[in-house]
Design a protein around this ligand. Structure first.
Ligand code: ADE
Length: 245
């Protein structure tokens, strides 16, 4: 799958893309990630991409021309807009979740536009075909960290990226609930012991215990995920938490 990112800070992505699973996915040729510096698309002699807001107010606004130009150049480089999902990161957007990550993972290509400063000139919203996505109800200084979250969560879902596909299967199996507790060696650590069932070798019992624990945690921490009946809908868009890589 191809990923393109338009950003004012391409170097922010270097660490995230050069470690662990994202690095391996690129090395295996499963993904290609292309970073585009928005500043390369401004005609301003000082490479300025922002300006003061009409009507006054604090902060700077991302001007339309560099963004329109960057969009057109990147789409051309991508071979056209067909099959490209176009996403702008913004706190005003649709809330990102695991269901949307799965949807993105089925696309041929993803183009991410990262904003910065106080916001975008409204003509960017009106004149370009981006859908707006937010990673949560808090405001970051820019769209780079949200874009990295999307890259990470989509890439790990692509076939062949995560070494053991069972871990992804297990995730979709328990989708809609929080993760169950995990233990590794030693069996006893500072007075805390591994639950007996996990070392029993009884796989049916282990499965049942994990399901109960996941449900208990979900009820305690995120009752909203279980829906109005509190029964849980394993096909909902809700996601597991926890580190499954
Ligand atoms: N840019 C700033 N805050 C953001 C958020 N929460 N989600 C997506 N993009 C953002």
């Amino acid at each position: 799958m191809r990923f393109d990112v338009i950003t004012l800070f391409p170097s922010m992505f270097e660490g995230a893309l050069s470690e662990s699973i994202l690095k391996i996915a690129q090395e295996k040729g499963l993904v290609s990630i292309h970073l585009h510096n928005l500043r390369d698309h401004t005609l301003d002699p000082h490479r300025k991409v922002d300006d003061r807001p009409f009507g006054g107010g604090p902060g700077m606004v991302l001007a339309p021309d560099p963004v329109f130009r960057a969009y057109e150049a990147v789409i051309e480089e991508m071979g056209g807009a067909v099959g490209v999902r176009k996403v702008v990161l913004s706190p005003q957007g649709r809330r990102y979740d695991q269901a949307l990550a799965r949807e993105f993972a089925r696309e041929k290509a993803l183009l991410l536009l990262c904003g910065h400063y106080e916001g975008f000139d409204e003509r960017i919203r009106l004149g370009l075909p981006f859908e707006e996505v937010s990673i949560g109800d808090y405001v970051l200084t820019g769209g780079e960290i949200p874009a990295m979250a999307i890259l990470d969560s989509v890439i790990r879902l692509l076939p062949g990226v995560v070494g053991d596909p069972a871990s992804l299967e297990e995730e979709s199996f328990s989708a809609g609930m929080l993760d169950y507790p995990h233990y590794t060696r030693p069996r006893e650590y500072r007075g805390m012991t591994v639950p007996e069932v996990l070392v029993s070798g009884d796989h049916a019992k282990i499965l049942e215990w994990r399901r109960e624990q996941a449900l208990r945690r979900t009820k305690e921490m995120r009752r909203d995920l279980l829906g109005p009946e509190g029964q849980g809908d394993r096909d909902t868009s809700a996601t597991q938490t926890g580190d499954r890589s």
